[in-house]
Design a protein. Sequence first.
Length: 80
Amino acid sequence: MRRYQKGDAGAAMLAVMLVVMVGFWLGGMWQGGDRAGHMSGTYGADKAGKTALELLDEAYARGEIGREEYLRKREDLLRR
């Protein structure tokens, strides 16, 4: 029967930690496209490429919100 040396558990833990870290790194690379919008000029746009102001305009056109609410929200968006 083999006796474990002091370094065996540490080496195994290091290997596990490295695998987990590489997994997180690869996951971040895979998901990176969703967070890179500010670099491509689409920051603030939804999945269809519409900005918050365009969505607000459409909601007003459909009659989902009134004029006062539209103007208040539009002014708030333009201040940003």
